[in-house]
Design a protein around this ligand. Sequence first.
Ligand SMILES: Nc1ncnc2c1ncn2[C@@H]1O[C@H](COP(=O)(O)OP(=O)(O)OP(=O)(O)O)[C@@H](O)[C@H]1O
Ligand SMILES: [Mg+2]
Length: 379
Amino acid sequence: MDRRSFIFGTAVSDYNFIGREEETQRLIANFTEGINTILISPRRIGKTSLVKHVKKLLDSRQDVIVVYLDMFACKTEYEFYNALSAAVLKQTASHAEKWMEYAKDFLVRLTPKLTFSPEANTDFSLSLGITPKTHTPDEVLNLTEEIARKRGKRIVVCIDEFQQLGELPDSLTVQKRLRTAWQHQQLTSYCLFGSKQHLMSNIFQRRNMPFYQFGDMIFLGKIDTATWVDYIVEHFADRNREISKDLAQQLCEQVDNYSSYVQQLAWLLFSRLNNGDTATKEQLDLAVNDLLNANEALFMQQVEPLTAYQMNFLRAIAAGHHKGFGDKEIRDDFNLGSPANITRLRTALINKDLIESHGRGLLYFTDPVFLLWFQLRMM
Ligand SMILES: Nc1ncnc2c1ncn2[C@@H]1O[C@H](COP(=O)(O)OP(=O)(O)OP(=O)(O)O)[C@@H](O)[C@H]1O
Ligand SMILES: [Mg+2]
């Protein structure tokens, strides 16, 4: 088992996974009953970890198979079909060794002219070779349902980084195709999730879009402070270091409970301690500084391409304004240009995923550590 004290940046499990009891239960219910699920959250909050956690819990069940795939690298419709078929064929095969036989059956039956080369035991996904000449989209999209029927089990296809769908060439046509094929399936359901909230919203929250009201929409929130405090205190103790509950709580507050940053900051603080030490407030302050430095290159990269007006708009938000940017006073104070300019700035920064709009159009930084860095070093 992975026993690193703290992990950040990749999906976590077991010792490093905490909380999410309610969400886990809801996903298990949806998955086992065939309810489509859409999971949306800010970046690095824990979508991938949660879905993999649920998959693991369901892996021992006989009646449902959970398939996981990441769409991030799919740049065209057919790249997606290859990734989808490969994931489904591989992960639904009853024995690891059997998948090739299994794949052969399906692929040959789908298109008799397809030649399948079994020596390609490198990466299966690369060797599928599904193209518009070999398969229609419908043949690919119905593969999962056919396997489900054949195996007599439900299949849940979990697609990570699903916002990528919106970036494909001719995306709207592809979205219509998927939605049409998927909504008629009885044994297959989908869990679609991804980062970049504005892209996910474009797909799922617009009335005129194919995926509108596709399923149970879950907004994954932050893990609460009490849960984090227990986790931090225990993981320090496991390595014979001590941290007070109060200081652990301050640590969470510093990064606004953002999962990845809580773990990263906890690690930076932990790494300053020796065996038997108790963490101090001074060490936490130093660790926060380490956190800013560790992320500085990334943040610089994000602000570098911004225009002077865009920077000013961020400064206004960082100064505590969340609305009323059209008011003359704010526009003058922060040099934001004309009221018409405000709309453009807002859209540009939302598209760059630097800010997001919460209820009633209030604007906030998406990343609490970026905000802290910006306030300290860019104002
Ligand atoms: N349940 C959890 N318990 C403990 N830490 C977690 C949990 N969920 C997420 N984290 C922390 O957040 C980090 C990011 O998690 P994960 O990759 O699952 O998030 P994500 O929402 O899928 O991110 P992205 O938007 O980049 O795809 C992990 O490396 C870990 O530090
Ligand atoms: Mg993820």
